[in-house]
Design a protein around this ligand. Sequence first.
Ligand code: B12
Length: 211
Amino acid sequence: MALLSELKEMVIYGNMAGIEEKTKECLKQGLQPSQLISEALIPAMDTVGEKYKNGEIFVPEMLVAAKSMQLSMGILKPLIAAGDLKTAGTVLIGTVQGDLHDIGKNLVAMMLEGAGFQVVDLGTDVAPEVFVDKVREINPDILGMSALLTTTVPQMGVVVEALKKAGLRENVKVVVGGAAVTPEYAIQIGADGYCPDATGAVDWARQVVQK
Ligand code: B12
């Protein structure tokens, strides 16, 4: 589909000026918001990651690509989140300390909201004690943590330990995700779940609150 590849290219080349128009055009042509995300925006970020790894682009280019994706997501978010109004459960989510990547975390939050969950987002670079204090304060059904850097993944284990120490571990289900996280690591730190993507996170969250 030409429109989808055009949208994808606009993210890859960081075309911030035109991306919102293109997103609207895609919707006008009948494409679904979820399709724009899974067939254009996410594949675009994969390409950007590859180019960065191969030394073809650098952090500034990666940043404008990310900003372009966020502009497009800004248009899609209300459409996805409009789905369901009743609360399926509460999810506390954040990116761990030292890590500023938030696109994937935002996508997970957005999809969960769309599925009817109330989502409290702590943002990025969240210190373990901030996660723990917020769990104590709002008593969520689920705590979701995101990490994209191999250097920040260990923070997830630190948070799980801090929850145990605070006597809160049994009160909340912990799910981890992000490109640098593996299912094995989730088991190793005693998390309740790992999901590779946002749709998986929604399925997992639904199962957890049903139990
Ligand atoms: C965009 C980007 C940036 C942007 C981030 C902007 C932002 N607002 O997020 C900027 C330019 C700031 C950036 C900075 C850096 N980055 Co960067 N970045 C990326 C890039 C290209 C895309 C990430 C992304 O958004 N992907 C798209 C989203 C949708 O995917 P996702 O995050 O994986 O999320 C999905 C799943 O993982 C899952 N998920 C995510 N979170 C959660 C949470 C839960 C609870 C669940 C269930 C699921 C889940 O669901 C999501 C949706 O399907 C990746 C390459 C890549 N392909 O991953 C590199 C990458 C992550 N960055 C990398 C690096 C090295 C850096 C820097 C250190 C570069 C530098 N020298 O400064 C800094 C670190 C800054 C910091 N302290 O965090 C490396 C990491 C290497 C490693 N393994 O550690 C990567 C892999 C690039 C590479 N190939 O080398 N980066």
